[in-house]
Structures are given as C-alpha cells and as structure tokens.
Ligand binder design. Structure first.
Ligand code: ASP
Length: 309
C-alpha cells in the first residue's frame, strides 16, 4: 500500500499576468478531478486521465480547446499516456477531431497492440472505441486566431526570436500519479507550438521525451520547446537518474540544467517516484503546477524556482 499522490502541470514558459488566475483555476480543477479518483482507490492511469481531461477542456491551456493554431490555422493535437507497472503506452499524434486526445491515448494503451496512432487512423480508432470526435472549429478560440494572425505578420527574425524565447507562452498540460497499489502513471497532452507546420509532432506525445513512466524509475511529464527535449529524450534521461538513486527533486533540476547546457533549451518537468517523492523544475519565467495528497492540495505559478518535493 502506498500513499497516493498526484502532481500536475499546465505549461512552463511565460504565463501572462492576465492569464494567471485562469491557469490557477484550471490547475485546481484538474487536481480536484484527479485526486477524487485517486483517493477513491482508482488507478494512477485513471487519475492522470481525469486530471488531463479537465485541462484539455480548459481554454487557458495549450491542449484541447484553446490550443495554439498551426500555420494552416487549425488545431492539431498530440497526447501520450504510460503505465509504470506494465510499461504499456498509448499515444495519438496530429489528431484534429478527437475531443479529448488523452482519452484516446488511454484507449490505444489498453485496447490496441500498438503504441502510436496518428492522424485520421487515430481518429477512426478513437471513434470506434468510444472517444468522442468533434469539429476542429470547436477547439479554436478568438484569442488564438488573433495570436496566429499577429505572429504571421512578423518578419522571419522576429518570429524565431519569439518562438525560441523562454518568454513564449506554451501551455502543454501533464500529470503524474502514484496510486494506492504503488503503481505510477504519466500523461501529457498538447496543441504543440504556435504556427507549427501541419504534421509536426512535438516531444509531448513521444515516449521517453515528453512522457514516461516506470515503477522501477519514475513517472515524468515535460513541457517547453519540444525539439530540444526530443533530441535529449529528456523524460527517460530524468527517470533513469531516479532509477540510479538520485532523488526526483534533484533529478528534475538536473534535467532542466542539462536541457539548457546541452541545447540551450527551455522548459519544465514534473517527476514522481514510487515512494511518492517528487520534483518540479523549470528554467522559464513561469510554470503552472499543482500537487494533491491526503494532506491537501498545493498549487502555484512560479516566477523563479519551483518547489522540491
Ligand atoms: N512541448 C510542446 C511541444 O513542443 C509544447 C509545450 O510544452 O507547451 O509541442
């Protein structure tokens, strides 16, 4: 028997002041949903799904409704879920019509012999397995139409300065949980990066990059500029450090330092081991995070270093 714990994040870059309240509210709602499940004895998989669905449905985040638009002005979503007990994983990439991509990812994990499904095939699989579809327009909100228009009017150099800056808002969501049975799970869901090329897949839904879980190591979800995170396979790098005996708090900080040092990357990470020890780290101006345990819920948006568990 383990003491359950849930850790969530709502993106790590510069969250503007006028969106801070919305992020905190979304984090609190995600914690409530995930913790209700976990506390009632549900599996870690169920808890991370519940928490991420809430954030996909919340417009503040770059996941589900409210996501960044790609260069065609459409929303394309990626998500991955992984089970630390079995190492089964399920991912969907470049989906445009699955209302909650993380629900589809869970169905791939549990009901498919595959690890990834992308595009229309993923959408067909989701529909056939009971994950509702919707129109792409239902994900698109005026804030993001205006953001894309403004971005596309910039010069090439202004664009790359904005896109690769730590101040760019990127609000991918993620959750890691430990259940009473001692099992870990992780989930990450995203709309990706602003003005991305249609068909681009980021780190979030790639196993070992934006998401990973192994009971013998750790559960992890990352956020930030995806390409450097992918090149370093950062989620697996961090969980391997935990497996080799490093506490998650230090492994999280080490991972972000490695990201910066090796590729000048920006991002954030949440990391949880099977003893319930966790770490949260980022090198961006802000990161939205939350934790839930039997002792209560905590949440925040850091300007500087995040707490160590
Ligand atoms: N990592 C995501 C991506 O590159 C973006 C994010 O974390 O917000 O697709």
């Amino acid at each position: 028997m383990s003491d359950p714990i849930l850790v969530v994040h709502g993106g790590a870059w510069a969250i503007p002041d006028d969106l801070v309240e919305a992020h905190l509210e979304g984090i609190e709602a995600a914690l409530a949903a995930g913790w209700d499940a976990l506390n009632a004895g549900a599996s870690a998989l169920e808890a991370v799904e519940q928490a991420v669905v809430v954030m996909e449905d919340h417009e503040a985040f770059d996941a589900g409704r409210g996501s960044f638009l790609n260069s065609d002005g459409r929303v394309q979503l990626d998500a991955l879920m992984m089970c630390g007990a079995t190492l089964r994983a399920g991912g969907v990439g470049c989906v445009e019509r699955i209302r909650n991509p993380i629900r589809a990812a869970r169905k791939v994990l549990e009901q498919s012999p595959h690890v990834y499904l992308v595009g229309p095939g993923a959408e067909r699989f989701a529909a056939e397995h009971g994950a509702p579809l919707c129109e792409n327009s239902e994900f698109i909100i005026p804030r993001e139409v205006a953001r894309l228009r403004e971005y596309q009017q910039k010069t090439e150099s202004e664009r790359s300065e904005q896109l690769f800056s730590a101040a760019q808002d990127v609000d991918t969501v993620g959750a890691v949980a430990l259940d009473r049975a001692g099992n870990l799970a992780a989930a990450t869901s995203t709309g990706g990066t602003l003005n991305k090329t249609p068909g681009r897949v980021g780190d979030s839904s790639l196993i070992g990059c934006g998401c990973y879980a192994d009971n013998q190591a750790a559960a992890v979800s990352t956020t930030g500029w995806g390409e450097p995170i992918m090149k370093l396979v950062l989620g697996k790098w961090a969980s391997d450090r935990v497996a080799s005996g490093v506490d998650p708090a230090h492994a999280a900080a080490d991972a972000i330092a490695y990201l910066k040092r090796r590729l000048d990357g920006h991002g954030g990470i949440i990391l949880l081991d099977a003893r319930g020890h966790f770490g949260i780290a980022h090198n961006t101006p802000r990161m939205a995070w939350g934790t839930a345990t039997a002792g209560g819920h905590a949440r925040g948006i850091q300007r500087t270093a995040a707490p160590l568990g």
